[in-house]
Write a protein that binds this ligand. Structure first.
Ligand SMILES: Cc1cc2nc3c(=O)[nH]c(=O)nc-3n(C[C@H](O)[C@H](O)[C@H](O)COP(=O)(O)O)c2cc1C
Length: 499
């Protein structure tokens, strides 16, 4: 399956699949859109295309990523694990044996080579070019998301910068508070690569913001890649074709040719504004803090440009599936560093940084603690507040089972590790911002070599009796089997949250 080439192809696909509803009455981007979207997301409802946002000249697309099915449609896969497997097959490449292996290996290498973005000369968003005083963010239906927000926020951008010393590109998704019709704040959090680019300049840093991309490129902006890896390369790899870029009109940054809208401009050292509060994915308002001002020097767009948005708030919200995509896609890469990891889950209710549940193939005492420390040392996972470790046969996505293991297998005095380290920028619980306590819970089985009594045997029905009951099930006249024999249903946000 291929992935949509641009936002329009994506919208057409969603419509064909019955996954998008057009809303024609005038709807206010001031809070009203949020309330509609919040109810729709919680009901696993469709993507919404608001044709007449009040006070704006352009329509608004939202909830494009709000279900597992739409996420899979976006990536052209039948399960997010398939997208992960593609990356895994490249990461785990072995020296080829025989001709068939060599050909397969070459194909994989070609898929990496073909992922590099390529420069083209034409872009549909060059239809309208507004520069200087003509730049006008008021044309866009920028949402004022929550009652306590001080202003509207651009919420689904791909923000592009280059490291001033190495020139490497960074693409990130950072909210942008509208300050006036030609400037916004740039919410580069402490641990993010975008902020590093900003801090590395002693003067001006050019910035481009692309809005309304194909769904894989839009997702890639949120992917937690190491600083030296280009997010558009990941997008190209996942799409199976390169992201096409065009030179910016007023700055030396290339931008995706398929964007609906591009904002070009700059930030400057020392030019800060008080940003926030903002109702964020933690479920609380983040504190107002100083962040750089982004001055927009040019705004280019298709004449009928579609403005994309997302609402974050108390989980579950639409960003849950962006996070789940990252969880799945990055599993093979995590396993490269911590090979005993079988699977992991970042519960949506844990706002991603608050909790990681990880299953491991345990073969020596202290291994769960080793894995906890490894997670606290891995990229943005290092900000994780609590890590729960279970044995390999435990399904980390089944929170009831995990709860069972935590309550049954843990001696709190022996198995809870308390330590400290860096915490997420938005974590409001620690006494100090950015730094505080971390908890690891070892819910694995313990052996006598770990100084415990003999571990009891777990109750499991024999395979023979299971097969017998499977074979006779319809005979009993009970109906639907409790193990989901009627087929696996789609996981909903509500199930992810288990509430
Ligand atoms: C909808 C959404 C909004 C986000 N908003 C922000 C934000 O305002 N600031 C921020 O630093 N990270 C934000 N993130 C997370 C970053 O996009 C993510 O950590 C990304 O990997 C950062 O890229 P970087 O490390 O290359 O800077 C957001 C993620 C999503 C999905």
């Amino acid at each position: 399956m291929s992935t949509p080439a641009d936002l329009r192809e994506w919208i057409a696909l969603l419509e064909r699949e019955g996954e998008l509803v057009r809303v024609s009455p005038e709807v206010d981007p001031y809070l009203e859109v949020t309330e509609i979207v919040d109810r729709t997301v919680r009901a696993d409802g469709p993507a919404l295309f608001f044709e007449n946002p009040k006070g704006a000249s352009h329509p608004l697309l939202i909830n494009q990523f709000g279900t597992e099915r739409r996420m899979c449609l976006a990536f052209g896969v039948s399960s997010l694990d398939d997208a992960a497997a593609k990356l895994g097959s490249v990461l785990e490449m072995q020296p080829p044996e025989g001709l068939v292996d060599k050909v397969r290996g070459l194909k994989k290498l070609k898929s990496i080579a073909d992922s590099r973005p390529k420069t083209v000369s034409r872009a549909a968003h060059h239809d309208v070019i507004l520069t200087g005083d003509d730049v006008n963010l008021d044309l866009l239906p920028i949402q004022h998301c929550w009652p306590g927000d001080p202003a509207p926020f651009i919420t689904l951008p791909a923000v592009i910068t280059h490291d001033p010393s190495t020139g490497t590109r960074n693409v990130g998704m950072y909210r942008m508070q509208k300050l006036d019709s030609r400037s916004t704040a740039m919410h580069w959090q402490l641990h993010k690569d975008g902020r590093m680019d900003y801090l590395a300049t002693d003067g001006r840093l050019e910035v481009a913001v692309a809005l309304g991309l194909d769904p894989v490129s839009a997702y890639s902006a949120s992917a937690p890649l190491p600083k030296h890896i280009d997010e558009f390369m990941l997008a190209g790899f996942l799409k199976g074709e390169p992201v096409e870029l065009v030179p910016g009109r007023t700055i030396g940054i290339e931008v995706p040719a398929n964007a609906e809208i591009v904002l070009e401009g700059y930030v400057e050292q020392g030019d800060l504004t008080l940003e926030g509060p903002f109702g964020d994915h933690t479920g609380y308002y983040s504190a107002a803090e100083p962040f750089p001002v982004f001055h927009v020097t040019a705004m280019t767009m298709r004449s009928d440009a579609i403005y994309p948005s997302i609402v974050v708030g108390k989980p579950p919200a639409e960003d849950a599936w962006l996070g789940k995509a990252t969880e799945r896609i990055f599993l093979p890469a995590i396993r490269m560093s911590v090979p005993e990891i079988v699977d992991y889950d970042l519960p949506v209710a844990g706002a991603f940084h608050n909790c990681v549940i990880v299953s491991i193939r345990k073969s020596f005492p202290g291994q769960p603690q080793k894995v906890m420390h490894a997670i606290w040392g891995l990229g943005l996972l290092s900000l994780t507040k609590s890590v729960v470790v279970v044995d390999e046969h435990v399904d980390v996505h089944d929170y009831e089972e995990v709860f069972f293991r935590v309550t049954a297998n843990v001696d709190p005095k022996r198995d809870v590790l308390l330590t400290e380290g860096p915490l997420d920028h938005l974590d409001h619980a620690p006494t100090r911002q950015f730094y505080g306590g971390k908890m690891g819970i070892d819910a694995t089985h313990k052996g006598v070599d770990e100084g415990t009594r003999e571990w009891p045997e777990e109750i499991v029905m024999s395979d023979e009796i299971k097969a017998l009951v499977d074979g006779r099930w319809s005979e009993y006249g009970i109906g639907r089997s409790s193990d989901g024999a009627n087929g696996q249903s789609e996981r909903s946000l509500r199930q992810l949250l288990r509430r």
